[in-house]
Write a protein that binds this ligand. Structure first.
Ligand SMILES: [Ca+2]
Length: 378
């Protein structure tokens, strides 16, 4: 038995080595970071990179980094929490505004994701944030250090999208008094767009509490949505970590309910079953799902010219699957088309200004937190 296991293990090691050399792109290591989480391009072609312990750095495409940017918020580092995503305002070239998501400590050991909006200033190579304002918070704050979600995305109309994880509390994902386990749509200053689907929710339920977070909600019933992306047709997609099994890619529609924790194609980690999606047709089904899981880190819709065959496809970073997953869609359904074995936990994949794919490894165990640039093989 032991011998069989050893043989099987070496088979996998060999096959993954073969897969690496078979990758259809060149992988160029650029630099590395301390527990990196997110990368976003500035209009000048440099990148903002977040490190989970709380640092934000600017790095150029040659891998030269600035010193950590000053004026950062206090982040609550630990578990899955810390500094999270970074997004650049659509009018950054004029206003210099950036957005950061992070885990924020509350009273009595509670925590919640927050989003700060601030102006990025650079003088003599030194970066600093000013005019910082927290424009969004998870409500309520709860104990625990998991499932913050907190990916950020701007759409072409200038709305800010936030994916808000369920904080491992399950039922709040269906609770309209809470903004956790939801996908949210806000104006760039954090205010609620008048045409959001649930702005008048109090008419349906007069007992909903007057914090009024229901107005932020675009869709509900999400577990830990770690990737949100908008495709060339303007369709929003989200990818989320499932429980034991059942990672989901959802085609996100206005007011949609994706059923967590009532349904999932996975089951609870303690062995309790969760009814599968097909048992409850009132909830929207995932467009694609994975068991065994891929453990998605983020999601993009590729629109570049460099990998022209892949234009219009979605790409997911894979953590436990140590991969990048290419997903084809027809606008309604989706399927995994290809999986690239990267030999490290992949936290994030983004598209650069010239269409290259830029990839952040996670930093854990043998994964080294590197920034990689992927370009087509000649
Ligand atoms: Ca199930």
């Amino acid at each position: 038995m032991k011998r069989l296991f050893a043989t099987t293990l070496s088979f996998f090691l060999v096959s993954s080595a073969v897969a690496q050399s078979d990758l259809p792109f060149d992988v160029q290591p650029v630099t590395s970071f301390d527990e990196p989480w997110a990368v976003a391009f500035l209009p000048d072609g440099r990148m903002l990179v977040t490190e989970r312990k709380g640092n934000l750095l600017i790095v150029n495409q040659a891998g030269q980094k600035t010193r950590p940017i000053g004026g950062m918020p206090d982040v609550d580092y630990g578990g899955q929490g810390g500094l999270g995503d970074v997004a650049v305002h659509p009018d950054f070239a004029e206003n210099g505004i950036v957005y950061l998501s992070y885990a924020e400590g509350g009273t009595a050991g509670t925590r919640g994701a927050a989003v700060v909006r601030a102006v990025l200033n650079e003088t003599q190579g030194r970066g600093n944030l000013s005019d910082a304002e927290v424009i969004w918070r998870q409500y309520p704050k709860v104990v625990g250090r998991g499932h913050f979600g907190h990916r950020l995305l701007f759409d072409d109309d200038g709305y800010l999208w936030i994916s808000s994880g369920d904080r491992q509390k399950f039922t709040p994902a269906q609770d309209m008094q809470s903004n956790i386990g939801k996908i949210l749509r806000l104006n760039d200053d954090g205010s609620i767009p008048e045409d959001n689907p649930f702005v008048n929710y109090r008419d349906q339920d007069p007992f909903v509490d007057d914090e009024g977070v229901f107005g932020q909600i675009w869709s509900l019933g999400h577990r830990n949505p770690l990737g949100i992306a908008i495709d060339a047709d303007g369709q929003l997609w989200n990818i989320e970590m499932g429980p034991a099994g059942g990672d989901e890619l959802n085609r996100v529609v206005r007011g949609g309910n994706y059923g967590y924790p009532v349904v999932s194609n996975g089951d609870h980690y303690d062995g309790r079953e969760i009814p599968d999606h097909d048992t409850r047709p009132e909830f929207l089904q995932p467009a694609a799902w994975w068991t065994p899981v891929i453990s998605p880190g983020n999601l993009i819709a590729y629109s570049g010219d460099l990998f022209s065959d892949w234009r219009g496809d979605l790409f997911a970073a894979g953590l436990s699957s140590q991969s990048i997953v290419r997903i084809e869609t027809n606008g309604e359904d989706a399927r995994e088309a290809e999986r690239f074995a990267m030999g490290a936990r992949i936290r994030s994949v983004v598209q650069g200004p010239a269409g290259a794919l830029w990839v952040l490894e996670d930093e854990r165990e043998t994964s080294r937190g590197r920034l990689l640039k992927l370009t087509p093989k000649d």
